[in-house]
Write a protein that binds this ligand. Structure first.
Ligand code: NAP
Length: 445
């Protein structure tokens, strides 16, 4: 790996990189199958990624014809890294076993370890015989929609494919590793004005928020619409705020501290609700919600914007869904991609049907949506939400911080990049956009 790293850092020509021998094994952040019961009797908060995530040597798997080896310069923590590392709601080894049954190439994924990670920025080292658009030496980002293109159900919107998976969560050989194995249709150009770590944090959260806010497959927000965004300075929220502002909408960002509120104001989000300061208690006990509290939130939104939200960007799940369904405008949409606080939801259906609201499920993004979201980053119209950077060895600590909501935006992980700040090939563009690119970094340090 040392020779490969040096060649990349010194900008070696593609032929030189392609000629370097690949290592028999590489370092990777993994969870281990023989530890999947380690937290069995603990409550979620006590399940500790620092104990379950290890950095192990992993044998390099064979490359399928439609795949590429990518030398990962940087990666990031996603909430799915947290789910995998605390083995909730299920250990991910079951996903790998299912994939293994589908094909000879799928069988490689069923291992006693799971290489985790769903975001990467790096350099292509080798491509399989069927890959046409990418070659060794290409600087890329990797999105995490993993689809079998021989599956007919993948050929309208690939997120509808019965075979659809999230790379590094439902597949092995993900991004938190010196070498990742990705399908060619996961690769996208790396933004020239960003460092490796700034490039690495975008694909998963940026693409998810693009589909939820911009795409016809999501809520397809139009100019002047009001959008309530839970967790607006978190991973997906930070990109949702940018899409709403770019599209001429009015974001109402919900956060849980004055610092996060200040960050949102600096992004240009004027309507901010500090949910802690307001002390909302949507659940009066484990089984009972308090509609008066929903009403209080609705009043606050009207006070700030003069209207009810056309769209609610929902992901906390059990804690907030009752309130989200209540506050959405008549005819509005609640769009959800997650349920961080619990997936058994409860809301008063009368507010949904009598007011003709839509509750819509949304999940990640197809290649075209991810590509568009990546293009907007490349053009400097969407900016990375990178707040802090860790080493590969500290992946468990970074996942712990996300698990306990101690972060803003996104946490980056340096893998082959020996330090921050490398990988920029358009310094002029970077200089022009520096304040926006580094906004979350200033709040995270
Ligand atoms: P994140 O960085 O942890 O941000 C989530 C934010 O939500 C937190 O910063 C927190 O903000 C807020 N929050 C957490 N618990 C809450 C609660 N009980 N009530 C109200 N707000 C709460 O995570 P993320 O990357 O944005 O991901 C959020 C969720 O979306 C995760 O469950 C993740 O798995 C899921 N996700 C799904 C997809 C998909 O494709 N389906 C893609 C990406 C993420 P404050 O404390 O500041 O309010």
């Amino acid at each position: 790996m040392d020779a490969i790293r040096t060649a990349i850092l010194e900008g070696a020509p593609a032929e030189e990189l392609a000629a370097l021998p690949l290592p028999a094994s590489f370092r990777a952040a993994v969870v281990r199958a023989d530890e999947q019961e380690m937290f069995a009797d603990l409550p979620s908060e006590e399940k500790d990624p620092r104990k379950s995530v290890h950095v192990d040597d992993v044998a390099l798997p064979e490359l399928a014809p439609d795949e590429a080896y990518v030398a990962v310069m940087a990666s990031s923590i996603n909430f799915n890294t947290v789910w995998t590392s605390i083995f909730e709601p299920l250990p991910t080894f079951g996903f790998l076993k299912r994939l293994a049954k589908e094909s000879v190439w799928g069988a490689r994924h069923d291992q006693p370890f799971h290489v985790i990670g769903s975001d990467a920025a790096g350099v292509v080292l080798r491509v399989g015989s069927a890959v046409r658009n990418w070659k060794p030496g290409d600087a890329v980002t990797v999105h995490s929609n993993y689809v079998d293109d021989q599956d007919p159900s993948a050929h309208d919107d690939s997120m509808m494919a019965t075979s659809q998976r999230i790379w590094g969560f439902e597949t092995n050989y993900g991004a938190l590793a010196e070498i990742a194995v990705a399908k060619a249709n996961q690769l996208m150009p790396k933004p020239a004005h960003l460092t490796w770590e700034e490039s690495a944090v975008n694909p998963l959260c940026n693409s998810t928020s693009y589909r939820m806010i911009v795409s016809p497959n999501g809520s397809q927000m139009t100019q002047g619409q009001t959008v309530l965004i839970w967790g607006a300075s978190g991973g997906i929220g930070a990109y949702a705020v940018q899409y709403v502002l770019n599209g001429g909408g009015i974001p109402v960002g919900v956060v849980s501290s004055p610092e996060k509120a200040a960050l949102l104001n600096e992004m240009g989000c004027e309507a901010v609700i500090d949910r802690k300061a307001e002390g909302y208690k949507f659940w009066s006990d484990e089984h009972t919600q308090d509609p008066k509290e929903w009403l209080r939130l609705g009043k606050k939104i009207r006070e700030l914007t003069g209207t009810d939200p056309d769209i609610v960007f929902e992901h906390p799940g059990r804690s907030t869904m009752g309130a989200s369904v209540f506050v959405a405008k008549r005819g509005g949409m609640i769009i959800t991609c997650a349920a961080t606080s619990g997936f058994m939801l409860e809301f008063d259906n009368r507010y949904l049907w009598m007011n003709l609201k839509t509750l819509k499920g949304c999940h990640y993004a197809n290649y075209r949506e991810a590509w568009e979201a990546n293009r907007l980053v490349c053009e400097g119209r969407i900016h990375p939400a990178l707040s802090k950077v860790f080493s590969l060895d500290d992946t468990g600590e970074a996942a712990f911080q996300v698990h306990h909501n101690q972060h803003e935006g996104k946490l980056g992980i340096l893998v082959n990049a020996p330090e921050e700040g490398l990988g920029v090939t358009d310094p002029e563009m970077r200089e022009r956009l520096l304040a926006k690119i580094t906004l979350f970094r200033r709040y995270g340090s």
